[in-house]
Ligand binder design. Sequence first.
Ligand code: SAH
Length: 240
Amino acid sequence: MSFNATVLTLYPEMFPGPLGASLAGKALSRGDWSLNARQIRDHATDKHRSVDDTPAGGGAGMVLRPDILAQAIDAASPADDPRPRLLMSPRGRPLDQARVRDLAAGPGAVIVCGRFEGVDQRVIDSRGLQEVSIGDYILSGGEIAAMVLLDAVVRLLPGVMGNAESGATESFETGLLEHPHYTRPREFEGLPIPEVLTSGDHARIEAWRQAEAERLTRDRRPDLWEAHCAANSANAAKNT
Ligand code: SAH
């Protein structure tokens, strides 16, 4: 069973875009996942093919109409579609690696890309759209956000990443940021590779990497560090 993505957008020509290159692109050509980008505007009913209207209550910008978006969703995803329906939205739950992992383990996703000021609330409610944010900033549309989500999911699909182990130690997978990396040449602009990494002593290397991961997390992401410490002391308490 492969991961099946349907994207509803006013700009289907943006897809696959960057998802057609590199790992995700190769996986797409192999059929490890599929991508169907559909034009919301095909469901417009008036002769101008309009999809948006002015906000009820007044104010700036335009809002995507619920009737047209509902039509587009229903045409792309029958009521018994097992795939979650997502709406890219700055108001959504922030995307994290746990959510990405859940999605990658499932049958796929139907992803709605907003534009303008956003989407009429009634279609969000009636079609059970789960709002997903990719961060605390505002994009001009949901398409790039959808690509971010799909890129993160696709690299976890079986067979997509050559080296499965590199996935397991990645930042966030362990609750810590990843340790720094080095490669040849052995000396770069007078800077050597840390001695421990060329020592061949695997236990020391492992200890160094763990200490560096902890140091970086503590310095850069106090939020992650606190969660990591809390999880560790909960485990310790359980084991005594
Ligand atoms: N007026 C809205 C922002 C609309 S931006 C607000 O203040 O909340 C237009 C569209 O871009 C949104 O409907 C959404 O689909 C997408 N978008 C913008 N920022 C995003 C983010 N951080 N994460 C996910 N989608 C985003």
